[in-house]
Design a protein around this ligand. Structure first.
Ligand SMILES: CC(C)(COP(=O)(O)OP(=O)(O)OC[C@H]1O[C@@H](n2cnc3c(N)ncnc32)[C@H](O)[C@@H]1OP(=O)(O)O)[C@@H](O)C(=O)NCCC(=O)NCCS
Length: 394
């Protein structure tokens, strides 16, 4: 009997030097640095640099990255035009996927052959930085478009996180809000071989291009078992209403065998390493916006679900309500995850290309037994060739 690892659970498929998830100690390291230390001390741009290059930037390197990021942060007119053709009631992840697809087609136009598309490391790093720079404008415009608002032009005097909030809301919120948002971006940036990153690596392993890999990763991240969970958490909060209703709601949800979004993790079984840092950011926002009701609902659902099932919150649990307090629409939550995770995806794409092997697992067939088309007479030559698999296989 073949030992099938459904969902590839527990299967180690390759090395990575980008990040280390350690479920034993509930820790997460980016290039060796604990993620909570990075979240407490670094701007998101510096963490992006670290993920791509393996080291934190010097002041000069950070200034150079910021200069390129500022040059590429405006929403291109033709990207806006394509976004405007996406139905307003489509999910913004579809909008984002379409926008990245267009950007890729424009960048790769004239590359001649698929053989040129995977590019060299310098080109791919430059593409990564440009995508990282332009995604906030696309995400921000998505939210504004749904509210019937025009895009807001970026501001050169603001760093990545403050500018992202500026382009979304047309104002720069208090420093504590910018800081909480910056932390969330860092926490979402990278998480080893999760489903979307693995998707990006699979696509890259065929020597396809970076944009195709990112488009595929966006598709994988959209699902509620992955990135879509932060959006789903808010739907649950809206359904429950307030802390007093948690017990009754949970009785029904568990009786209906519903998955409680924002809880559980494929790798961490005793708590997600990123949650304490994001919960602290959420607490800051709760104080800033004076919303103790949010904290009460959060705590009630967490303690009741952990008590009943022994399943702990993941990062999407605190980030959902945090993004809600900042003013993001629920539909914008997963696109925010894309803006952060594009740094991890592209780091893995660069790593995959540097030591590539086509990713192509095996399967155990459990379909119909061999059968034949009535009246079919086999071509003897083809039959003979197919009986010599080593020669005939292609
Ligand atoms: C993330 C997730 C897909 C991991 O799945 P997994 O590795 O297959 O989960 P496990 O094998 O640890 O699950 C063990 C049991 O707990 C249950 N479980 C896990 N997470 C659960 C949740 N959030 N709500 C209810 N039950 C859950 C599973 O259904 C399973 O029950 P079973 O043994 O009766 O089948 C799963 O926890 C989940 O769907 N969570 C909700 C979505 C979410 O928040 N995703 C974001 C992840 S960062």
């Amino acid at each position: 009997m073949t030992d099938i690892k459904k969902g590839l659970a527990g299967v180690v498929v390759d090395y990575t030097a980008v990040s280390k998830v350690n479920p034993e100690t509930n820790s997460l390291l980016y290039r060796g640095y604990p993620v909570q230390e990075l979240a407490a001390t670094q701007p998101f741009e510096a963490v992006a640099y670290l993920l791509w290059n393996g080291e934190l930037p010097t002041d000069v390197e950070l200034a150079q990255l910021r200069a390129v990021e500022r040059q590429n942060r405006a929403l291109p007119a033709d990207v806006r035009a394509v976004i405007d053709r996406v139905p307003l009631d489509a999910h913004p992840m579809d909008e984002l996927r379409t926008a990245v697809s267009l950007i890729g087609a424009q960048d790769l136009a004239g590359s001649g052959s698929v053989l040129d598309a995977s590019g060299n490391p310098e080109e791919n790093l430059a593409r990564s930085v440009r995508l990282f720079a332009v995604l906030p404008a696309i995400v921000a415009y998505g939210q504004r478009r749904r509210r019937g608002l025009e895009p807001v032009a970026p501001r050169d005097d603001l760093d990545y996180s403050a500018n992202f909030l500026w382009m979304t809301f047309g104002e720069v919120p208090d420093d504590v809000v910018v800081d909480a948002f910056n932390r969330s971006m860092i926490l979402y940036a990278e998480h080893s071989f999760n489903a979307s990153t693995f998707t990006a690596r699979v696509i890259t392993s065929t020597l396809s291009d970076l944009y195709s890999a990112v488009v595929g990763a966006i598709g994988a991240l959209k699902g509620p078992l992955h990135g879509g969970a932060n959006e789903a958490v808010l739907h649950i909060f809206d359904e429950i209403g307030d802390a007093a209703a948690v017990n009754g709601w949970l009785d029904t949800a568990l009786a209906e065998k519903r998955k409680i979004m924002g809880f559980g993790h494929r790798v961490y079984k005793r708590g997600d390493s990123r949650v304490p840092t994001m919960k602290a950011a959420l607490d800051t926002l709760v104080n800033h916006y004076d919303r103790p009701d949010v904290a009460a609902l959060y705590d009630a659902l967490e303690s009741e679900f952990v008590a009943r099932k022994g399943i702990y919150p993941n990062l999407d649990y605190p980030s959902g309500p945090a993004y809600n307090l900042i003013g993001f629409d629920t539909l914008t939550f997963t696109p925010l995850f894309v803006a952060a995770r594009v740094t991890g995806w592209t780091s893995h794409i660069l790593e995959q290309l540097a030591a590539n092997a086509l990713i192509r697992p095996l399967s155990e067939y459990n379909g119909a037994d061999e059968r034949h088309i009535d009246g079919y007479v086999a071509d003897e030559a083809v039959l003979a060739a197919s009986e010599r698999p080593e020669e005939a296989a292609g």
